[in-house]
Ligand binder design. Structure first.
Ligand code: GAL
Length: 365
């Protein structure tokens, strides 16, 4: 209107000019209108694009398929049996036994961001390389990797054994970086206790434990670790006379859960669950869970995936001798740990959203 007034004052006598002006204004308005429509379309498209890409980011399902040997990015089979996972940022490291040489494993390290692509990071503890005894009079089983918050170092505890299982010792290795080199810190019987099948457990407050089968497979021993994670500083016998091994622990809400197996070598047996309000005391008598052969697995660890929406707990087990030791499979399926109970149901295939910490059955969609 201001423009019209201005033009009118200047050209009042000139009707032709006025007509031109009106045409010009119409043209300008039309152009603006078209620009406005274009801008609106652009904004709408942007909003739609953002909505779609956020939705796509919000839901990224990784399918886990059990029953086959995993392959690494070099095309080799993933050899990481009896191991565990350590999360560093959005990378998960998998450490475990390299059973290519059957009875006498080295220790391999892999990394993944999606549990589908496995990058071989190297042989972090090697027979005849890392220490002179290893691969000659000693072998490693069930290596477990932790990161010590106090020192920032990476620490591996494992079963350190002689061929006849008579040594009954543990060993500790340490490195400044996750990929090594790892140095032997110590090997022997923790607190003088004969110690075999083992695991580690890092509690939610950062306190770490080594837990192993003790007393000639009669009991479990819980060993609290020093704050640098390299030494056992106390020993508490647990599940006395229950003959359990392959213990895997989780702390969920106010309860501790432990899944373990009986001692039957490579032959699978029924898993059992025991629960306690404190890690060092009060464990209930273990109760059978799942089928009578733990779906042909033996526990190696419980993987905790803390997402933006939920925390998922994944049972990780070894399907040993399938059909031979190097072809043993890593089996993973989600479990629910709630109110002192576990939902322990095998799945051939299932999917997890690692960012959100949510899992679903493949048949759900
Ligand atoms: C299993 C144990 C394995 C390995 C095997 C040897 O009971 O869990 O780690 O020691 O026996 O027979």
């Amino acid at each position: 209107m201001n423009l019209i007034n201005f033009f009118c004052i200047k050209n009042l006598k000139n009707l032709k000019n006025l007509k031109n002006l009106i045409n010009l204004i119409n043209l300008i308005n039309l152009k603006n209108l078209i620009n406005l429509i274009n801008l609106k379309n652009l904004i709408n498209s942007l909003v739609l694009f953002l909505a779609f890409s956020t939705a796509a980011q919000a839901q990224q399902w990784t399918r886990i398929e059990n029953g086959r040997l995993w392959t690494d990015t070099n095309g080799n089979s993933v050899q990481a049996h009896g191991g565990n996972f350590l999360q560093v940022g959005d990378v998960w490291y998998l450490v475990g036994e390299d059973r290519t040489d059957s009875w006498n494993p080295d220790v391999n390290l892999y990394s993944t961001r999606d549990f589908r692509q496995w990058k071989f990071e190297g042989k972090i503890i090697g027979n005849g390389v890392t220490t002179p005894l290893l691969g000659r009079t000693r072998m490693i089983e069930r290596p477990k990797l932790m990161r010590c918050p106090k020192t920032g170092k990476f620490v591996v505890w494992c079963h350190w054994e002689a061929k006849d299982y008579g040594a009954s010792e543990a060993a500790v290795f340490q490195s400044d970086s996750v990929g090594g080199p790892y140095q032997l810190v110590w090997a022997g019987r923790p607190m003088g206790v004969k110690s075999r099948d083992c695991n580690v457990f890092v509690d939610t407050d950062g306190a770490a434990y080594f837990i192993s089968t003790t007393n000639e497979n009669q009991d479990l021993g819980l060993f609290a670790l020093s704050d640098d994670y390299t030494r056992a500083i106390s020993h508490t016998p647990l599940l006395i006379g229950q003959r359990r091994e392959a213990p895997a622990l989780a702390h969920v809400d106010s309860l501790y859960y432990m899944i373990s197996s009986a001692c039957t070598g490579w032959v699978p047996n029924q898993a059992q669950l025991t629960v306690s309000a404190t890690v060092g005391d009060g464990w209930q008598v273990p109760q059978p869970i799942g089928d009578n052969v733990a779906y042909r697995t033996q526990a190696s660890s419980i993987l905790r995936i803390e997402g933006t929406e939920a925390t998922a707990y994944i049972y990780v087990g070894d399907r040993w001798m399938d059909p031979d030791l190097p072809s043993s499979k890593i089996i993973m399926f989600p479990i629910e740990l709630r109110d002192g109970q576990v939902t322990f149901e095998y799945r051939d295939k299932w999917e997890i959203d690692l960012k959100r910490g949510v899992w679903r059955d493949c048949s759900d969609h």
